[in-house]
Write a protein that binds this ligand. Structure first.
Ligand SMILES: C[S@@+](CC[C@H](N)C(=O)[O-])C[C@H]1O[C@@H](n2cnc3c(N)ncnc32)[C@H](O)[C@@H]1O
Length: 236
């Protein structure tokens, strides 16, 4: 695991350059959301066996498990599957991991070979699950990729399929649009793969969850508070 972390540090400059290249191409060829996401996440450099969020996986899974009270979990935008693996090490009865990109799911299924995870392709805006089918859903570094309308639809879908909780791990929000929101939004719009980073950090995510019947329960900053782990709980 430590070795994979070191690989990530070595690769980081190349990933930054390639991200910049994809964003330029996105503008040049006027790519839509799906074309951009496909171009980025089918790039071999972004599909590897290293995990830059390795240190935080356990904390996210602990919050999702809620001391074993949540028995079923859905992960959305699972990517290469690292969070799903962490979830599968907790005592859940069912772990389902989904991503928009079939290649990402195929990669996770093939490389991770974890038996107690159900892998599926799914768009966060259209989840083919029953209302409250899962006790908890988890999104790690997936929401900030979404354009505004998709983000609202995605949060509604997470709220619909989650009985108790939704846990997210995303760039920190500055809905009050203060100085830090502008600075982080600007830097992220250059360095991050998302074409919607700046809008995301200025979004009132707590308000969006509140509209869908969930309130913030736990919130902790990581990576010098550039990223935040939050748990939202269904309002009673
Ligand atoms: C930065 S990666 C994060 C992957 C993983 N959750 C992690 O923590 O490493 C973002 C992932 O979101 C997925 N994604 C983007 N838009 C999506 C959507 N509309 N529905 C589902 N997944 C989406 C991408 O395919 C990509 O795998």
């Amino acid at each position: 695991m430590r070795f994979k972390g070191i690989i990530w540090v070595i690769k980081f400059p190349a990933v930054l350059l390639k991200t910049f290249y994809h964003k330029l191409n996105s503008k040049r060829f006027d790519r839509n959301f799906h074309e951009h996401i496909r171009a980025v996440y089918s790039d071999p450099l972004f599909t590897d066996e290293s995990d830059k969020f390795q240190k935080h996986r356990r904390k996210i899974s602990e919050l999702a498990s809620n001391q074993g009270k949540n028995r079923t979990v859905l992960e959305v935008a699972a990517g290469a599957g690292w969070q799903a693996v962490s979830l599968s090490n907790f005592d859940f009865d069912r772990v389902v991991a989904t991503d928009l990109q079939k290649e990402r799911i195929d990669f996770a299924r093939k490389t991770l070979r974890v038996e107690n995870i159900e892998w599926m392709t799914a768009n966060i805006t259209d989840l083919s699950f029953e209302d409250k089918e899962f006790d908890v859903s988890v999104v790690s570094a997936g929401l900030h990729d979404l354009p505004k309308e998709m983000l609202s639809e995605g949060v509604s879908e997470l709220a619909r399929v989650s009985r108790n909780d939704v846990v997210i791990f995303e760039p920190t929000n500055y809905p009050e649009r203060n100085f830090w929101g502008e600075v982080i939004g600007f830097i992220g719009s250059i360095l991050d793969e998302s074409n919607h980073f700046s809008d995301f950090v200025k979004t009132d995510l707590d308000g969006l969850f509140s509209k869908n019947g969930f309130e913030k329960d736990i919130c902790c900053g990581v990576w010098s508070s550039i990223m935040t782990i939050k748990r939202y709980r269904r309002k009673v």
